[in-house]
Design a protein around this ligand. Sequence first.
Ligand code: KG4
Ligand code: ZN
Length: 334
Amino acid sequence: NEEVIILSIETSCDETACSIVKNGNEILSNVVVSQIESHKRFGGVVPEVASRHHVETITVVIEQALEEAGLLPSDLSAVAVTEGPGLIGALLVGINAAKAFSFAHDLPLIPVHHIAGHIYANQLEEELKFPLISLIVSGGHTELIYMKDHMSFEVIGETRDDAVGEAYDKVARVIGLPYPGGPHIDRLSREGEDTFNFPRPYLEPGSYDFSFSGLKSSVINTLHNYRQKDRTIDKADVARSFQESVVDVLTKKTMMAVGNYGVDHLIIAGGVAANSGLRSRFEMLCQEQGIKLSIPQLKYCTDNAAMIGAAAYHLYNNDAFGTLDLNGRNFIDI
Ligand code: KG4
Ligand code: ZN
């Protein structure tokens, strides 16, 4: 049996990452350099700042990934890279590094869709069981995907405006919590009650799409109203009420998809998969309904290159190689 060893690169947002993965599930090295400290004072990721950091860091993470794995470029089978979606300037840094590496070491190049990576993060821990439903929730994405086999993706629902993580971060900012605010709201919510009963944006009956910007505005307007009237507001109650609304909508639509598509495996991934309210509700629902629930470890839920290597393994086996004119693409179908 041939060993497939893939070096993978991910630079779609604010993490510069390189990993080496064997046969799609054995991590030989996994290097992630976060730029979060540089973006904090702006309250969000600044694209130009992200690109510059990637340029400074990309060769360092590639060298470190090889060193930690104790491998030389000649030991590799291929080089994989996130081609999109993401910040275009950020993507291009990783793509150009991957193209140069592929050309210099005569290795096949494998373009990988970022969301496919998030889903395949789960394969680093266990086999995917098809058919399955996957919910991707991060700062940039909110997607519900049906998979009937490897590398077969049907997007059945997505956000029409803000991603869930984005809504978390914006609400947190107005409450006065540091960026990224998701984990802070999550923590605060455990000390509060759902007293505000914010709207649950379910959209049309049967829709798998999401919309969180109205909910976000409703939370922000409530905070402004209290402030204007000099009334004190219980921030923990605001956090809890917001989170309950988000969790209600995400779990209801996801379990509706699980039922309608008749799957018994559900995968949750992306940074918001760390949310304690979301996890415990999904655990309860899946247990009740006999559904197998998989949530990768947090370090594989947030952006990393190991997940890109995991997905690239199947593309390698299907000879789905790219060419040296590979470009970054923001609007690509998975
Ligand atoms: O996947 P990720 O690291 O980056 C991308 O956006 O691709 O996700 C980051 C997002 C941020 O919006 C952050 O606030 C959110 O995930 N997040 C959380 C929690 N931990 C991280 N949101 C809610 N609850 C959490 N515990
Ligand atoms: Zn991501």
